[in-house]
Design a protein around this ligand. Structure first.
Ligand code: DQA
Length: 143
């Protein structure tokens, strides 16, 4: 199975950014963790990060015919982007949404996700582990 893992804005700042919320490990560590999680279940994965909404929309569109499933942490665009949700609906690839932090326990503006209705599942508040769960759910149907 070919997985596309998409990380949205400011996730490249992991390790520097609000470590009390997102932890001390940096973005390279997250990528290594994701690669390892995919390897463990025999999946290949490409990891893509962008701070730009349109670039993320383009990447989702390009996934059609190339990837079998998508793991996405849309970051702040979770709460604002109809365009990203529409792109996910358009390609209709099985998608799992991930958030490092538990957005439901944070500010109320983070409680709504435009992506959740088009995702099969959402993992939040599990840190890096949420990506592993998303990969295992998509590849092995493991909850
Ligand atoms: C986040 C949560 C979002 O609310 C926030 O804007 C992010 C990261 C998370 O992984 O916890 O940038 O998606």
């Amino acid at each position: 199975m070919k997985l596309l893992v998409i990380n949205g804005p400011n996730l490249n700042m992991l390790g520097v950014r609000e470590p009390e919320i997102y932890g001390n490990r940096n973005y390279a560590a997250l990528c290594a963790f994701i690669k390892e999680a995919a390897n463990e279940v025999g999946a290949s994965c490409e990891i893509y990060q962008s701070n730009h909404e349109g670039a993320i929309v383009d990447k989702i569109q390009e996934a059609l015919g190339t990837f079998d499933a998508i793991v996405i942490n849309p970051a702040a665009y979770t709460h604002t982007s109809v365009a990203i949700a529409d792109a996910l609906s358009a390609v209709a690839l099985p998608t799992v949404e991930v958030h490092l932090s538990d957005v439901m326990k944070r500010e109320s503006f983070r409680h709504h996700s435009f992506v959740a209705p088009v995702a099969k599942k959402t993992y939040m508040g599990l840190g890096f582990e949420g990506y592993k769960k998303a990969i295992r759910y998509l590849v092995c149907q493991e909850e």
